[in-house]
Design a protein around this ligand. Structure first.
Ligand code: HEM
Length: 162
């Protein structure tokens, strides 16, 4: 899409196909990300020194959300204009409107195609590095003694014979 430009991905059949692939990949990406966040949260996956992977994961999430936002701003249609006009108020209220202007299509497209994906890929590499180095976290119950100690089981067996 970056190579052939909007005339191709908005007006030709092949371009539309790649545009749709890009869009639906994003949908699957965020669906999978939500599943990943929820499962890791309920596993309490930050335990045993794994806070580094956890924090890098949070920062990566904070980068991919604006990547998707700037993608929607790059559609160059009524939809993207509407989103840009609404989003500029949010950024202005945060006091960053002088640097980040969602009405500036060039800035949004460059952020979308270059800066944010690059930062996301670097952070993802770091995230996977920590996970590979530390391994998956042990199950929550693994450090507790077994609920039915072996001795008790033996007693039960003796008792059962009486
Ligand atoms: C994490 C990475 C990325 C995410 C989550 C993402 C997400 C999106 C989304 C949601 C849209 C709007 C699609 C639509 O409604 O049709 C979009 C559009 C676009 N993206 Fe990405 N994108 C990513 C990376 C990239 C990269 C690396 C490039 C190119 C180097 C790129 C190029 C484009 C272009 C040209 C559009 C405008 C398409 C249109 O006019 O409909 N994106 N992106």
């Amino acid at each position: 899409m970056a190579a052939f430009g909007p005339n191709w991905y908005h007006h030709s059949g092949t371009g539309h196909f790649f545009n749709s692939m890009h869009y639906w990949s994003t949908e699957i990406f965020f669906g999978a990300l939500a599943a990943h966040l929820l499962t890791k949260f309920f596993m309490a996956a930050w335990r045993d020194g794994r806070w580094k992977a956890w924090i890098v994961g949070i920062v990566t999430f904070a980068v991919v959300v604006p990547t998707a936002l700037t993608g929607f701003l790059s559609q160059t249609n009524w939809d993207s204009q509407w989103i840009a006009v609404q989003a500029k108020d949010a950024l202005n209220s945060l006091g960053v409107g002088a640097w980040l202007n969602t009405l500036n299509t060039g800035q949004m497209l460059t952020l979308h195609m270059v800066l944010l994906p690059l930062v996301a890929v670097i952070l993802l590499g770091l995230h996977i590095f920590f996970v590979r180095r530390d391994g998956p976290v042990k199950p929550i119950d693994s450090s507790r003694p077994p609920k039915t100690p072996i001795a008790e089981t033996d007693q039960n067996k003796k008792g059962a014979g009486r």
